[in-house]
Design a protein around this ligand. Structure first.
Ligand code: BES
Ligand code: MN
Ligand code: ZN
Length: 475
């Protein structure tokens, strides 16, 4: 549990106080004797409050054993929100039980960041383990107490919904169970869902989407989520599209074992837009948003789609299949066309674990973003900074588009290795019909193989909070 309190009513396993360097003081509510002891120990140990420096005191106060931990936050002049994230993550990750945290410095007691880090640490994918990972309870001591769940708490919960969906394996999350989960979350958080079945998808002419999912026993589902927060401007609708490959084996162009292992995460974009819809609806954001997920599984069987096949997308454009492992863009192309032509969205943002090439370009540090609008890109980037997430703009040069031209069809689905993330983005651009558009390739950021700064191993839930803030602040 996470609470902000202004009265201490119980004893804690850990009492943590944060200080800037050379700005250490001892709490006034302790006895003269204890304060003297603390000051002596600080002097002896030469504790000055350097970044991540900690010191622990255990002493008797009125017959009770008290344990205090002082944590250094480094120089005040060097303070950044990201440094605070890193400090809180490393400090709290090592603790268990009931923790009380306080600081005289408002910057170090930032409830938004504390909430974020608390929910980040407390999430762990342990449903299938007999022995569960330890959780913490965190109370923040503040003069001014806040009531109820704030924006940051709903966002943290939504982010964890996204993480859990990604962490679940592909034998649990398939197109059908993903659709059912979206429906259940819609009921709980306040958005409407409609699930289109295979025959309806066929009727719509989404041949590219259907081809990708055809070899799997798990039938494709088109998940449509609708939230109308601004009924005065019904024609202003924001389209969110998430890549929903519940598993990507690569298809006939099968992936090597190493590359296939992580492919349960290939519905990361879908999980991101679902989590974002939860937060937008729950927080009553005054915007209209339609989220689309073309959910399917890229599998192999005798009826699998093949290299060389020519597919007619819903838009009418034809695509020559060069590589069945470049499947995400085929499903996204049809989902984008559906959003534009059927749902009549006025703007598009898609999120996808689209290319390995994106990971080669930016590693795990930043999400690559492609956009035809400078202004929109900058708005997204600054929403990202607010939540400690890095976004980096990538190019949409014509040269990359040239790579996607086919001799036998309007387009091909792979432009080869070099600049592979960029040519994939150019492929998607072909389906955006000139609308404002942004594409987030989260292949490197949706999942982390190890703990880093304030990123926990496993699904990260990246982009949920950022897209929420971006949409909320949009004009
Ligand atoms: N889902 C993968 C991209 C991916 C790779 C995401 C690793 C997360 C981690 C995508 O469908 C894919 O296989 N892309 C190919 C495209 C290529 C065949 C043109 C790739 O990037 O290798
Ligand atoms: Mn693939
Ligand atoms: Zn994929």
């Amino acid at each position: 549990m996470f609470r902000v309190i202004n009265k201490i009513e119980k004893s804690y396993d850990e009492n943590v106080t944060l200080f800037f360097e050379d700005k250490i003081s001892t709490c006034e509510y302790l006895s003269e004797e204890s304060r003297k002891l603390i000051n002596k120990v600080i002097e002896k140990e030469k504790f000055t409050g350097k970044f991540k420096e900690t010191i622990k005191f255990t002493f008797l106060e009125n017959g009770y054993l008290v344990t205090l931990t002082y944590v250094g936050a480094g120089k005040k002049e060097e303070f950044t929100e990201d440094r605070l994230r890193e400090l809180l993550f490393s400090t709290l990750s090592k603790m268990t039980g009931n923790i009380l945290l306080s600081s005289e410095e408002p910057d170090l007691c930032n409830t938004r960041i504390l909430t974020e880090i608390f929910y980040n640490i407390n999430y762990s994918f342990d449903v299938y383990k007999e022995k569960k990972n330890a959780k913490i309870n965190l109370d923040i001591f503040k003069e001014q107490k806040t009531e109820g769940m704030g924006e940051e708490e709903i966002l943290a919960i939504s982010t964890n919904i996204t993480r859990a969906l990604i962490d679940e394996p592909a034998n649990i999350i398939n197109p059908e169970s993903l659709a059912e989960t979206a429906e259940a979350l819609g009921r709980e958080f306040g958005f409407a869902t409609e699930i289109l079945e295979e025959d309806k998808i066929k009727e719509l002419g989404m041949e590219a989407f259907l081809a990708v999912g055809r070899a799997s026993i798990n039938k494709p589902k088109l998940i449509v989520m609708r939230y109308f927060g601004d009924k005065t401007q019904r024609d202003k609708k924001y389209g969110l599209i998430g890549k929903g490959l519940t598993f990507d084996s690569g298809g006939l162009c099968i992936k090597p074992a190493d590359g296939m292992l992580g492919m349960k995460e290939d519905m990361g974009g879908a999980a991101t837009v679902i989590g974002t819809m939860c937060s937008l609806a729950k927080l009553g954001v005054k915007k209209n948003v339609i989220a689309i997920v073309a959910a399917c599984e890229n599998s192999i069987s005798s009826n699998a789609y093949r290299p060389g096949d020519i597919l007619t997308t819903m838009s009418g454009k034809t695509v020559e299949v060069i590589n069945t492992d470049a499947e995400g863009r085929l499903t996204l192309a049809d989902a984008i066309t559906y959003a534009i032509r059927i749902e009549k969205v006025s703007e598009i943002l898609d999120v996808a674990t689209l290319t390995g090439a994106m990971m080669v370009a930016l590693g795990f540090a930043a999400t690559g973003v492609y956009s035809n609008s400078d202004e929109k890109y900058l708005a997204l980037e600054s929403a990202g900074k607010y939540w400690g997430e890095k976004y980096w703009r990538m190019p949409l040069f014509d040269e990359y588009g040239e790579l996607m031209k086919s001799d036998v069809a309007d387009l091909k689905n792979s432009g080869g290795r070099w600049g592979g993330a960029n040519s994939a983005a150019k492929f998607l651009e072909e389906f955006t019909e000139g609308l404002p558009w942004m594409h987030l390739d989260i292949a490197g950021t949706a999942f982390s193989d190890k703990d880093k700064k304030w990123i926990k191993k496993g699904a990260t839930g990246v982009a949920v909070k950022t897209i929420y803030t971006y949409i909320k602040n949009m004009i």
